[in-house]
Design a binder for this molecule. Structure first.
Ligand SMILES: Cc1cc2nc3c(=O)[nH]c(=O)nc-3n(C[C@H](O)[C@H](O)[C@H](O)COP(=O)(O)O)c2cc1C
Length: 410
């Protein structure tokens, strides 16, 4: 007999084991190795990177390159972007035995998602969204969950969330930003809107946005009343953010080495490895610029070996330990918060990446930043388009999948 498909809070409490912390879906960055590390440090549930439903359902190579899991990798949610109910279902069917739920991405705000007609660019197509969600609710062996961004008004955001709940979603993640809040416009996530959605729905609601430090998780739970909190960037810069066991954030170099050790066992893309090491070590590398340059040029060996990375990390560790011994951890770096709540720690400790604010000048610089971001987006698009150029019938979802860096959040 097929197992009973649980719904709402039964699904949340029994299948997902009443999580408080969830590792967010991140293209190129919430891969198996990162999920293993995140679970070790307290992530209760993990979400895969967003996969493109059509490429996933059609291409064995794409599937094998993008998705891997193992028995310990649970509870696990697999995320897709899609704009066709049948294609989404056929992709989801391929993973229903390897995960606890399938998530639909309605949050991606990048140009590439606009061209591909997915993510937050479906935000106004409620009929299509309802069709996708209800088909999966009826036909899939595991529950369908959804991740959204907010509308400018709380009323419309609630209406949207209710529509998704009524279509059959069994959990909703609310990223408390608008579609327009990306790149230099990222700004602060709106916890009041998340709170309002939580109060209006009967399914479990997850909050996403503004988690820089471990205690922000409890602050967010208390403020919004949500069932769990999801973190993306905070975890990239401090994978131990989920853990309450650290008075001080851990040594970045230790976590970089621990992650690399996992990658030695779980085959991981070179781009994911490099991306993670740069992020974990972002406050360490400016103090050892030669190592930063070497890390930038490092490669996975032809035989898959990670020796080059391992050697760089060993040497960097020796330099950091020497600094720790010589400089010690002064009284001025004991986690004191500045007026914006940013805490001061010694450079060798994991700490969040704070997006530089636009200078309050005559706009010259802001144009420059904007121009740079647009350039990066265009580059991503053209790379993806090249891969896809022969496959794309009009109005069908394109194969464009955003490559992430620190500029845009999904
Ligand atoms: C590197 C990176 C990749 C991302 N990829 C995805 C993705 O695949 N699917 C998705 O729904 N959101 C994606 N996002 C958005 C995050 O899941 C999250 O909604 C956003 O970063 C806000 O949360 P945060 O404030 O904790 O970073 C990505 C974010 C980052 C930084």
């Amino acid at each position: 007999m097929a197992p009973v498909k649980l719904e709402g809070y039964e699904f949340f409490n029994k299948t997902l084991r009443a999580p408080k912390t969830i590792l967010a879906p991140m293209v190129d960055q919430s891969e198996l190795a990162w999920r293993i590390l995140s679970r070790r440090y307290g992530a209760d549930v993990c979400v895969t990177p967003m996969f493109h439903a059509r490429l996933f359902s059609e291409g064995k190579k794409y599937r094998e390159e993008q998705f891997s899991t193992n028995k310990e990798d649970r509870p696990l949610i697999v995320q897709f972007c899609a704009n066709d109910p049948d294609i989404l279902l056929s992709a989801a069917k391929l993973v229903e035995n390897d995960c606890d739920a399938v998530d639909l991405n309605l949050g991606c705000p990048q140009h590439i998602a606009k061209r591909g007609h997915y993510g937050s660019f479906l935000q106004d197509e409620w009929e299509l969204i309802a069709k996708m969600v209800s088909l999966l609710h009826k036909e899939l062996a595991v529950p369908i969950t959804v991740k959204i961004r907010c509308f400018p008004t709380v009323e419309k955001t609630i209406e949207y969330a209710k529509m998704i709940q009524n279509a059959g979603a069994q959990m909703l993640t609310v990223h408390g930003r608008l579609r327009e809040q990306k790149g230099h416009n990222t700004g602060i996530a709106d916890w009041d809107k998340i709170k309002a959605v939580k109060e209006a729905l009967s399914i479990p609601v997850v909050a996403n946005g503004n988690i820089l430090y471990h205690d922000d998780i409890q602050r967010c739970l208390d403020y919004t009343g949500v069932d769990a909190v999801m973190t993306a960037e905070g975890s990239l810069y401090n994978p131990a953010i989920f853990s309450k066991d650290h008075k001080f954030p851990p040594l970045a170099i230790d976590l970089a080495q621990e992650y690399l050790d996992i990658c030695k066992v779980e085959k991981t893309n070179g781009s994911s490895i490099k991306g993670h090491l740069f992020k974990i070590l972002h406050s360490t590398l400016p103090h050892h610029t030669e190592m930063r340059a070497r890390l930038g040029k490092a490669h996975v060996g032809k035989d898959g070996s990670l020796n080059e990375y391992a050697k760089i990390l060993d040497e960097l560790k020796a330099l950091v330990l020497k600094d720790i011994e010589e400089q010690g951890e002064g009284e001025d770096v004991q986690g004191q918060a500045d007026e914006n709540g940013i805490r001061k720690y010694a450079y060798w400790r994991c700490q969040p990446y704070i997006r530089p604010k636009l200078p309050k000048d005559n706009g010259k610089n802001s144009e420059k930043v904007k121009g740079q971001e647009e350039k990066i987006d265009k580059k991503r698009e053209s790379e993806a388009l090249q891969e896809e150029s022969n496959k794309k019938p009009k109005q069908e979802i394109s194969g464009e999948q955003p490559k992430q860096d620190t500029v845009d959040t999904n």
